[in-house]
Design a protein around this ligand. Structure first.
Ligand code: PBG
Length: 332
């Protein structure tokens, strides 16, 4: 920073903090409902909800209740929801074939939202873990998660979700080269307007623990995801991952998890002109909730501060389980 500054006592930074009006005038970053994306967990059935034990306040909904959640999000000014199916164990297999079923849970959920709330953007995750009996995001051959064969399945999954009406395809699988394969397949089918938000820098993180509980994958997962998700020690590698996803045709990129990786978000947003999103993941949400439940933190203030900090780091938007509450607080 090269701005010339007089020294104290002529310079008194507190002058610009003395009341709410001046603080508002000089505030550098803002959080609004349009910066929020609500993830939703979907289950089979009608009129059903289930609590996610490790995520206080988060429910899995059958499609009818999920549509109601989507409608509420829309009414609060939230532009998009991200859908995650909890596939019954009997529909999971070694190859995750259920991902290609046009009537699978996430496709039915997508159609139901697009019927009821057509303006709301629907984001569908692309990865095989909701559908494989081993809980990995790709196909396994001889004990290894294989890249190129997985991409064929992921392309099929993407087209299946696009045909169901999904607006934004979000590959979260971290296979190499999947973005260009998905882009080409969408374009070949007239899906030029279908957007891609790639989980470009997705780390092998323990902060996904509660999510795996929510989608029923924690008991399924054999081993870890370190051969495809990134090493938490790396930052340059994240820049390479993001650059290659952009070159392959990603319209937006994501960094995940969020708060422990704010440096990656800041670095990516200053380096690339492509919108960068952050996923405040299940473990981050759970940390705030459990700390608040124990009386250590003010729940609302902690959530709102964390979300604002993502904006300061340079995120265009944040996927957060607190999205509806945040939009309500912003409105009040
Ligand atoms: C699936 C996927 C995961 C998350 C989003 N998509 C879990 C994982 O990679 O194991 C995590 C989201 C969260 O923790 O909130 N590939």
């Amino acid at each position: 920073m090269t701005t010339p500054m007089p020294a104290f006592p002529r310079s008194r930074p507190r002058r610009l903090r003395q009341n709410a009006k001046i603080r508002g005038m000089v505030r550098e970053h803002e959080l609004g409902p349009s910066n929020l994306i609500l993830p939703l967990f979907v289950i089979e059935g009608r009129g059903l909800t289930e609590e996610v034990r490790s995520m206080p306040g988060v429910l899995r909904h059958s499609i009818d209740g999920m549509v109601e959640q989507a409608r509420q999000a829309h009414d609060l000014g939230i532009p998009a929801v991200a859908l995650f199916p909890n596939t019954p164990p009997e529909k999971r297999d070694e190859r995750g074939e259920e991902a290609l079923n046009p009537d699978n849970l996430v496709c039915r959920a997508t159609r139901a939202i697009k019927d009821a709330v057509p303006d709301l953007l629907v984001i569908c995750d692309v990865a095989l873990d909701p559908y494989t009996d081993h809980g990995h995001d790709g196909l396994i051959e001889d004990g290894v998660v294989v890249n190129d064969a997985s991409i064929e399945m992921l392309v099929g999954q993407s087209l299946n979700q696009y045909r169901a009406g999904c607006d934004i395809i979000a590959p979260s699988d971290m296979m190499d080269g999947r973005v260009v394969a998905i882009r080409d397949a969408l374009d070949a089918e007239g899906g030029q307007d279908c957007m891609i938000m790639s989980y470009a820098a997705k780390y092998a993180s323990c902060f996904y623990g509660p999510f795996r509980d929510a989608v029923g994958a924690s008991s399924q997962l054999k081993g870890d995801k370190k051969t495809y998700q990134m090493d938490p020690a790396n930052s340059d590698e994240a820049m390479r991952e993001i650059a290659s996803d952009i070159a392959e045709g990603a319209d937006m990129v994501m960094v995940k998890p969020g708060m422990p990786y704010l440096d990656i978000i800041a670095r990516a947003s200053s380096r690339f002109e492509t919108p960068v999103f952050a996923y405040q993941v299940s473990g981050e949400y759970a940390m705030i909730e459990w700390a608040a439940a124990s009386g250590a933190l003010d729940r609302k203030k902690a959530h709102m501060e964390a979300l604002l900090c993502f904006r300061r780091a340079g995120a265009s938007g944040i996927l957060t389980y607190f999205a509806k509450d945040a939009a309500q607080l912003l409105r009040a």
